[in-house]
Design a protein around this ligand. Structure first.
Ligand SMILES: NC(=O)c1ccc[n+]([C@@H]2O[C@H](COP(=O)([O-])OP(=O)(O)OC[C@H]3O[C@@H](n4cnc5c(N)ncnc54)[C@H](O)[C@@H]3O)[C@@H](O)[C@H]2O)c1
Length: 269
């Protein structure tokens, strides 16, 4: 451990169970000396094992639906109070598509589902940023990270409307990152992570094939949730102060690989 986050305070959204990227991140932030509030949608809190994580990391849990501005206001106010000062880092690790859940094809969307999924997966990031900004809740050189996927740039047929949500999410990081940088010297970035076996990930149709293919296509292999946590820590640390408004690939090289020898071998007669 490097004590990278000693004295830093933050909020971690999205730890549902021990597979969650947010869960692994919370464990690593704790190891690096950071303190934080854990939050999730009230409905997920009952299902998940977030209390175990809170005990293990000495954290408080404050429930909040990330689409609800009143919840977010309370969360930010209470977090600053509980942690004893302004925040240095925030992780937005939230995603959900109702169309995916209900098995609606991309060419046959229910637009109420589309709107709900967009609100949860993308607009919630703007709501979090706006609430932090209005409350002046971040310290200078603070860092805010959301998690994305490469379907924002390239088509993966079964990723459905989550592809559009991720494109929107990444755009929010750029747009808000401009203002937050100018006003408060706060960084805003997205990490574009490899397919990862979590509840959200496994909701994508054909996930097993998808993750195996990505692994075979990535020179370094797929990045795990634990490795994603490590990468996130670097963005929360003081070592990356001038990195902002970026979408950063954390995918073992997948995004820049045309084809790998292993995949080619499957087509050679
Ligand atoms: N798993 C993958 O393959 C993969 C790949 C790239 C990016 N990501 C992204 O990583 C992030 C974390 O997902 P994960 O893979 O750890 O899965 P996960 O299912 O463990 O986490 C998703 C979280 O979103 C929370 N959530 C849903 N609706 C919410 C709401 N209204 N308010 C607050 N929280 C809400 C869930 O309760 C859950 O904790 C997501 O943005 C996901 O799209 C995942």
């Amino acid at each position: 451990m490097y004590n990278l986050l000693k004295g830093k305070k933050g909020i971690i959204f999205g730890a549902l169970d021990e597979n969650s990227i947010a869960w692994k991140t919370a464990e690593r932030v704790h190891e690096e000396g950071g303190t934080f509030v854990l939050t999730n949608a009230p409905i997920a809190m009952r299902m998940g094992q977030i209390k175990d994580l809170a005990e293990k990391t000495g954290s408080e849990i404050i429930p909040a639906d990330a689409t609800n501005l009143d919840d977010l206001q309370k969360l930010v106010e209470q977090s600053v109070e509980v942690l004893g000062g302004k925040l240095d880092f925030v992780l937005h690790s939230i995603g959900m598509s109702v169309n995916v859940r209900k098995g609606r094809h991309y060419t046959d969307q229910n637009y109420d589902f589309t709107t709900k999924g967009w609100d949860v997966s993308a607009v919630s990031f703007h709501k979090v940023l706006q609430t932090l900004h209005k409350n002046d809740a971040m310290n200078e050189w603070g860092s805010i990270v959301a998690l994305s996927y490469m379907a924002a740039q390239r088509t993966f047929p079964d990723y459905n409307d989550m592809a559009d949500n991720k494109a929107y999410l990444e755009s929010i990081a750029r747009s808000f990152g401009y203002f937050y940088g100018k006003d408060k010297k706060v960084r805003v970035n997205t990490i574009s992570q490899s397919p990862t076996p979590t509840t959200a990930g496994q909701g994508v149709k054909g996930f097993d094939g998808f993750i195996a293919y990505a692994d075979m296509m990535s020179p370094l292999g797929n990045a795990t949730a634990a490795e994603c946590a490590d990468y996130t820590l670097t963005l929360f640390s003081d070592l990356t102060r001038k990195v902002t408004m970026q979408n950063l690939y954390h995918d073992g090289g997948f995004s820049n690989t045309g084809v790998s020898n292993e995949v080619m071998e499957k087509f050679v007669k």
